[in-house]
Design a binder for this molecule. Structure first.
Ligand code: GTP
Length: 221
């Protein structure tokens, strides 16, 4: 076999991103595939694709075909077809939006329905996104963990904004599909250190912090 034929035969995995609109699916796909983030919300109509090659332990190269499915496709005719044949699913919700968590039952049942007739079921991870907004969390950690236990899901918290654990969630899912165990060091390596924004405080605000007025306001950036 020539080198190029081997290249073509390299393992590709279909990974589908599902969850409510605005939970951050496109942002996760862009953070993973292009290492970028945009603040502006642009609704995905239908679906988008991203490709990214990763190396798993043992020097195993795999290409992830990431299918970013618009949240509005729920209940639509095409959804079954998009999900069909996926080896992995990232079920995404926004930790600051309880409704996006409540609707996971529906998304999960879509996955089960689309794969009803296949012998192999996809590996599924539950992704709690926007952990940079921990102070605004409305979905309790225990609820997340219980949902994972009840449905046999891999659990992960991420932030598409800071990049925290984004690569890790895709890597863990790929490893799960291929039956590869990641050790602690490998997982920690993929976690990526979160960079804090540098804020230039004015003289005035520093003075205020040292000597605060009676009622102060907390500004979250
Ligand atoms: N703070 C914060 N905002 C995020 C994060 N991820 C996504 N967002 C923002 O949330 C909004 C929605 O993100 P999208 O990635 O477009 O959401 P989506 O799930 O693809 O939405 P649909 O296309 O409607 O399905 C955007 O304004 C993003 O900038 C995150 O981790 N932290």
């Amino acid at each position: 076999m020539s080198d190029s034929e081997e290249e073509i035969q390299e393992r590709q995995l279909k990974i589908v991103l599902l969850g409510d609109g605005a939970s951050g699916k496109t942002s996760l796909a862009i953070r993973f595939a292009q290492e970028a983030f945009g603040k502006q919300y642009k609704q995905t109509i239908g679906l988008d694709f991203f490709l990214k090659r990763i190396t798993l332990p043992g020097n195993l190269n795999v290409t992830l075909q990431v299918w970013d499915i618009g949240g509005q496709t729920i209940g639509g005719k095409m959804l079954d077809k998009y999900i069909y044949g996926a080896q992995g699913v990232l079920l995404v919700y926004d930790i600051t939006n309880s409704q996006s968590f409540e609707n996971l039952e529906d998304w999960l049942s879509m996955v089960r329905k689309a794969n009803e007739e296949s012998d192999v079921q996809p590996a599924i991870s539950l992704i709690g996104n926007k952990i940079d907004l921990e102070h605004m969390r409305t979905v309790k950690m225990e609820k997340h963990q219980r949902f994972c236990q009840e449905n046999g899901l891999v659990s992960q918290f991420v932030s598409a904004k800071t990049g925290d654990s984004v690569f890790l969630c895709f890597q863990r899912l790929a490893a799960e599909i291929l039956g590869i165990k990641l050790n602690k060091a490998e997982m920690e390596q993929s976690q990526q250190v979160v960079k804090a924004d540098i804020v230039n405080y004015s003289q005035e605000s520093v003075a205020r912090a040292v000597n605060p007025p009676r009622s102060s306001m907390c500004v979250i950036q």
